[in-house]
Design a protein around this ligand. Structure first.
Ligand SMILES: [Zn+2]
Length: 176
């Protein structure tokens, strides 16, 4: 089957050594989560969280956490990716995309998804400390005036979790 990827996606997949395959031929959510994981691996000194935004089977935004890098408390992967997607589409309303993130969004990011009208969220690891879509809080509860996104958690959960655990293990080791 022919794969429709724009230049951005092609470069992204090549850069990260990902197989360029038809997302429909595999489990598409796992496929895109692999791209988010590859993005998370670029986080260097930052907590490894990666995010991709997909529209019509094309990645239109891809970012990792850059809080340390930019010394910006709001530079979470999801916020950066949402900004990239809005710039790419030249509109703030992202009501035709799916956002994939390796970690359950925090309250700031979960709210940003609502503000951007993202209709579908897929995440990897659950975050019992600050996950805002059910683990620590639930921002997507009834009574909100915005349409609530469909949420799917636990996609490639083990891989997403392992990346974080390894990061904190290494960090603890370097402090000793
Ligand atoms: Zn966040």
């Amino acid at each position: 089957m022919k794969v429709f990827l724009d230049n951005f996606s092609k470069t992204f997949f090549e850069k990260n050594n990902l197989a360029v395959t038809d997302p429909n031929s595999l489990n598409p959510d796992q496929n895109w989560m692999k791209a988010a994981l590859a993005e998370a691996e670029n986080s260097a000194t930052d907590v490894p969280v990666g995010c991709v935004i997909v529209r019509n089977n094309v990645i239109i935004a891809s970012a990792h956490n850059q809080r340390e890098l930019n010394q910006d408390p709001t530079a979470h992967a999801e916020i950066i990716a949402i900004r990239q997607a809005a710039a790419h589409l030249n509109r703030w309303r992202l009501d035709d995309v799916c956002l994939y993130t390796t970690l359950e969004p925090c309250p700031m990011c979960a709210e940003a998804l609502l503000q951007a009208r993202v209709p579908r969220l897929v995440f990897g690891a659950y975050d019992i400390k600050s996950g805002a879509v059910g683990s620590a809080f639930n921002l997507y509860c009834e009574g909100r005036i915005y349409p609530l996104p469909e949420v799917k958690g636990g996609v490639l959960e083990h891989n997403c979790q392992k990346l974080l655990i390894d990061f904190f293990k290494n960090k603890a080791r370097s402090i000793k």
